[in-house]
Design a protein around this ligand. Sequence first.
Ligand code: NI
Length: 169
Amino acid sequence: MIRPILRYGDRGLGAPARPVGEFDDSVRQLIDDMVETMYAAPGIGLAATQLGIPLRVLVVDTTAGRTVGQLIALVNPEIVERAGTQLEEEGCLSVPGFNATVVRPSRIVLKGYDRDGAERIVEGKDVLARAFQHEIDHLDGTLFVDRLRGIRRDLIVRKIQKLQRSGKW
Ligand code: NI
């Protein structure tokens, strides 16, 4: 089921998510809904917090569904290694229409669990590393806009506020 995606300013996006305790059907249903919602958007990643569900679950597919076998769903992901830096443009389904360059490590290793509760170690480089970190930020209640400073942040926030005032957000 495609679910509505929260937008910048919605309560819930800023709240840290809690770990999943039990790998039951409701978690698998949540993952299925997240995948469907991400592909429909379309996007390359989604965190459960963006659907208003405060659980530590993320899905990522850097091909946005164009290539089979690229989908990764991780429950309770943790960054166990990070290296390098990259500075690339980034967007977010919760901040539609806006992009900004964000500094991120260029390689990370995540430890987490798959939909059945089996432990998984996943390495991500470049865009995959970026997507993982972006989604983990969501699980911690942080948006890419929050990682910007000064005028770059103010510019986006002011434009969003203007859209909000005119009912277009
Ligand atoms: Ni996002």
